[in-house]
Design a protein around this ligand. Structure first.
Ligand code: FUB
Length: 346
């Protein structure tokens, strides 16, 4: 464990917030924009330009709780830039919750994809019964504005979609998140409002994956569990909360291998596991990003002009859990394909 990480963990143990501890250190990168609060950055390169699809955090009076009610977002803005370190453009409102016919509240972390001469924006939002599903909206331009489909994707549930295009052109959606993300309510393919979180010795909840159809607006299969296992092939237990999946799936491919990365939520890490195909199993490798200031940790990993980058967020601008700011830093691989762990503070 490096020094900064040890101190942050110590801070958590003695009850000091991650923010208060991390704030004493110098951030390795600065917010991409500071005129609005942004989080959960899903980055893509479209037409040689970098597009970042973040959540748009807004100030509200909702009290902070474990369900994440204080993350009460109302719209999306797409950010774009020609190069890393270059000028960042906020392209204005790309999709407003009031234009999503089935939406109730809380527009959470989105992702985007390009196919069929169309840009697709995927987003989780609670429906009018307060149940998260994943929706899709389309545009002819990567920055939108996007037009939402009248209903959520059939068979979708929970939060944090990541849409990954494999080399053969097939698209897969990875998704799910426990606690406020409601994955615990979907042990079967029906919502169970009485469902409970796992006990410490039970096998932890697993992320989900489903292949998308050619039209990009439906699954072609019932979502499957994605196995993340240790080096002996064992699934993690809930008590292994510094390793098990919590939310914020991301998939990328490096030298022919599939890298599934995710947030561990209440232990605040971005971890990763490697597999040989899009469905896994994925073997746990370690940590991509140590805890950042704020409670949540959420990321994307993208290749841009032969270098790899980690997009992430912290709360440098506000010091408040639900008012975050997106950032980017370079990500490096070791010769054996493992990822060099990033500390967001010096
Ligand atoms: O932004 C709301 C939620 O916080 C996201 O969906 C999670 O991944 C966490 O970052």
């Amino acid at each position: 464990m490096n020094k900064v990480f040890k101190i942050i963990v110590f801070g958590i143990l003695i009850g000091t917030s991650v923010h208060a501890v991390a704030q004493k250190f110098i951030p390795i990168s600065q917010p991409l924009v500071s005129h609005i609060y942004t989080a959960d950055p899903s980055a893509h390169v479209f037409n040689n330009k970098i597009y970042v699809y973040p959540s748009h955090d807004t100030a509200n009076t909702t009290l902070e709780n474990d369900n994440g009610d204080h993350f009460n977002m109302m719209d999306f803005h797409v950010l774009s830039m020609d190069s890393i370190g270059g000028k960042v453009t906020d392209n204005g409102i790309a999709l407003d919750i009031k234009n999503i016919p089935w939406a109730g509240r809380q527009l959470w972390a989105p992702d985007a994809a390009y196919a069929n001469n169309t840009y697709y924006l995927y987003f989780p939002v609670k429906d009018k019964k307060d149940i998260f599903h994943i929706g899709v909206a389309t545009s002819k331009k990567p920055e939108g504005p996007f037009v939402a489909e009248p209903k959520p994707i059939k068979g979708s549930y929970s939060i944090d979609p990541c849409v990954f295009k494999d080399d053969d052109g097939t698209f897969y959606m990875y998704f799910g998140g426990i606690w406020g993300g409601q994955l615990q309510n979907w042990r079967s393919h029906e919502f169970d409002s009485s469902a409970k979180l796992c006990q410490p010795t039970q096998t932890a909840f697993l992320p989900r994956v489903a292949k998308l159809n050619k039209g990009m607006k439906q699954f072609v299969e019932t979502p499957k569990e994605l196995k993340v296992v240790d080096k002996n092939g064992n699934l993690f237990k809930e008590k292994d909360n510094d390793k098990r999946f919590f939310e914020a799936s991301w998939m990328h491919k490096y030298k022919g291998k599939y890298y599934f990365s995710y947030s561990t939520g209440d232990s605040h890490l971005i971890n990763y596991a490697i597999g040989d195909n899009p469905y896994g199993p994925f073997v746990y490798q370690g940590t991509v990003l140590n805890p950042v200031s704020g409670w949540t940790n959420h990321h994307s990993i993208v290749e841009i002009k032969h270098k790899w980058y980690l997009f992430y967020h912290d709360v440098q601008l506000s010091g408040k859990t639900h008012l975050r700011n997106v950032k980017v830093t370079e990500l490096k691989y070791n010769e054996d394909g493992t990822i060099q762990t990033i500390n967001a503070y010096k």
